[in-house]
Design a protein around this ligand. Structure first.
Ligand code: E4P
Length: 217
């Protein structure tokens, strides 16, 4: 499973990229607001840090304006992936943009039928929001499993990008189901390495090593 990081914070992106953990980045209007930076400037910087797809979201809701915004965002860098909402205008824009050979991430997906439409519109990625579904009392991961089945039934190339990830368990479940990608907030990505028995075991090994009085290098 590929890891994207869900942030517009360039220091976090640089740190995780240096660990060799990143396959891409997702942003959205809320994350741009949080960064406090200009969308074009910060997105260009992010595209220079990572090699993989960097999702940048249009702000328009109407097709013609979406296409104008997509053209501006596409000029930022070759690894830009245009993010459009899961509406009929968004799906129409998805078809047109992917038809030009550009990547599209269809966002705000909350049902299997929406994901089916996005695949038929040629989406590069579909973003089902598991955390926001969990917030309603439903199970967001069930949606990932349903989309996996539907896409496999018809050999759709659209990649499932599990989004709105809130816990390390979401990451594990996404990988078990066979999600192609998970976009994960930096803090959750960093938690993935943690296990108390790893820390305890390392402490014991270091203590015993010190008692040997040896050096390897
Ligand atoms: C990613 O593409 C989404 O915009 C993001 O994962 C949404 O996460 P949230 O529900 O935590 O805002």
């Amino acid at each position: 499973m590929k890891f994207f990081v869900d942030t517009a914070d360039t220091s976090e992106i640089s740190e995780l990229n240096a660990l060799g953990l990143l396959d891409g980045v997702t942003t959205n209007p809320s994350l741009i607001l949080k960064s406090g930076r200009d969308i074009l400037e910060v997105t260009k910087e992010i595209c220079g840090i990572v090699d993989g797809p960097v999702s940048a979201e249009v702000a328009a809701t109407e097709y013609d304006q979406m296409m104008r915004e997509a053209d501006v965002l596409s000029k930022i860098a070759d690894n830009i992936c245009i993010k459009v909402p899961l509406t009929f205008d968004g799906l129409k824009a998805c078809k047109a943009i992917t038809g030009d050979g550009r990547m599209v991430n269809v966002t705000l997906c909350f049902s299997a039928n929406q994901a089916l439409l996005a695949a038929k519109a040629g989406a590069t990625f579909i973003s089902p929001f598991v955390g926001r579904i969990d917030d309603t009392g439903e199970d967001g991961m069930e949606l990932i499993a349903e989309i996996r089945t539907i896409y496999d039934n018809y050999d759709f190339d659209t990649e499932i990008l599990t989004a709105s990830v809130r816990t390390v368990n979401h990451v594990k479940q996404a990988a078990l189901i066979g999600s192609d990608v998970a976009t994960v907030p930096p803090a959750i990505l960093k938690q993935l390495v943690k296990h108390p028995l790893t820390d305890k075991g390392l402490d014991a090994f270091l203590a015993d090593w010190a008692k040997t009085g040896q050096k390897i290098a």
